[in-house]
Design a protein around this ligand. Sequence first.
Ligand code: HEC
Ligand code: HEC
Ligand code: HEC
Ligand code: HEC
Ligand code: HEC
Length: 186
Amino acid sequence: MKKQSVMFVPPLAVALLLLAFHVAAPQAAPPQAAMQRVPDNPLKSAAPTQPLPYSHKTHVAMGLQCQFCHTNPDPGRLMMFAATSTCMKCHATVGKNKPAIRKLAEFAKSAKPIPWVRVYSVLPGVSWSHRQHLGAGMKCEMCHGAVSEMEAMAEVTSVTTMGVCIACHQQHNAKTACVTCHAWPR
Ligand code: HEC
Ligand code: HEC
Ligand code: HEC
Ligand code: HEC
Ligand code: HEC
C-alpha cells in the first residue's frame, strides 16, 4: 500500500501544480491591473445590465483612448459618456446589421442620450471632481481597475468609499480634513 501511494502521489502533485499554473496564468498581472492603487470592491458587485452590450475590452483593444469617449469638460467634475454620434462614426457601417447596433442606431435617431446604468457613484453632497485628480497625475486604472480587460463594466474597486478616499489622500499628502469632502462642519 505504501509503495503504491509513493507511485501515485507525485503525478497527482504534478497535475495539481499544472492546474494551479493554468488557473493562475490568466491573472498574471497585465500593466493595467498592476496600476490599480485602491482596494478591490469586497462586495464583488456584478456588472449591471446595460441598454447595449458595450465592451471596453473590444473597444480599448482597437487602440481607442479613454478620452475619445470620456472627456472632463471644464467647468465640470464628471468624465461624461460619449455622444451617440461618436459611436456612429464607426457604427454607421461597422456591424450595422447586428441587433445591438440597430438598437444603437435607433438611439442615435431618437437624439436621446443612451440610458447607461451608472456603475460608480459617490453619495450626493460629497465633494468630488475628476479634474483635481487627473491634474495631480492620478490615472484612470488606479481607481477603476483593469478597464481594458473588461467585457462588461463592473464596480470592481472600492474607490467610492470614504476610507479609500482618505487612505489615498494620506499616501499622497492630500488634504484629509472633513471639509475637504463634506460641506459640514462649516
Ligand atoms: C468607445 C468609447 C469608450 C472608450 C474608448 C472608453 N469607454 Fe468607458 N464607457 C463607455 C460607455 C459607452 C460606458 C457606459 C457603459 C458601461 O458602463 O460599460 C462607459 C463606462 C465607463 C465607466 C463606468 C462609469 C460609471 O460609473 O457608470 C468607467 C469607469 C469607464 N468607462 C472608464 C473607461 C476607461 C478607464 C477607459 C480607457 C481605458 C474607457 N472607459 C474607454 C465608452 C467608452
Ligand atoms: C473606432 C470605431 C468604433 C467606435 C468609435 C465604436 N465602436 Fe463599437 N465596435 C467597433 C468594432 C470594430 C466592433 C466589433 C464589431 C464586430 O465584432 O462585428 C464593435 C462592437 C460593438 C458592439 C457589439 C456588437 C455585437 O453585437 O457584436 C457594441 C454594442 C458596440 N460596439 C457599441 C458601441 C458604442 C455604444 C459606442 C460608442 C460609445 C461604440 N461602439 C463606438 C468599433 C467601434
Ligand atoms: C482618484 C480616483 C479616480 C480616477 C483617477 C478616475 N476616476 Fe472616474 N470616477 C471616480 C469616482 C469616485 C467616480 C464616481 C463619481 C460620481 O459619483 O460622480 C467616478 C466616475 C467615473 C465615470 C462616470 C461618471 C462621470 O464622471 O461622468 C466615468 C465615465 C469615469 N469615472 C471615467 C474615468 C476615466 C476615463 C478616468 C481617467 C481619465 C477616470 N475616471 C479617473 C474615481 C476616479
Ligand atoms: C488614487 C488616490 C486618490 C483617491 C482614491 C482619491 N483621491 Fe482625492 N485627491 C488625490 C490627490 C493626489 C489630490 C490632489 C492633491 C493636491 O493637488 O494637493 C486629491 C484631491 C482631492 C480634492 C481637492 C482637495 C483640495 O485641495 O481642495 C478633493 C475634494 C478630493 N480629492 C476628494 C476625493 C474623494 C471624495 C475621493 C473618494 C471618492 C477621493 N478624493 C479619492 C488622490 C486621491
Ligand atoms: C477624502 C474625502 C473625505 C474626507 C476627508 C472625509 N470624508 Fe466622509 N465621506 C466621504 C465619502 C466619499 C463618503 C460616502 C461614502 C459612501 O458612499 O460609502 C463619506 C461619507 C461620510 C458620512 C456618511 C454620509 C454622510 O454624508 O452623512 C459621514 C457621517 C462622514 N463621511 C463623516 C466624515 C467626517 C466626520 C470626516 C472628517 C473626520 C470625513 N467624513 C472626512 C469622503 C470623505
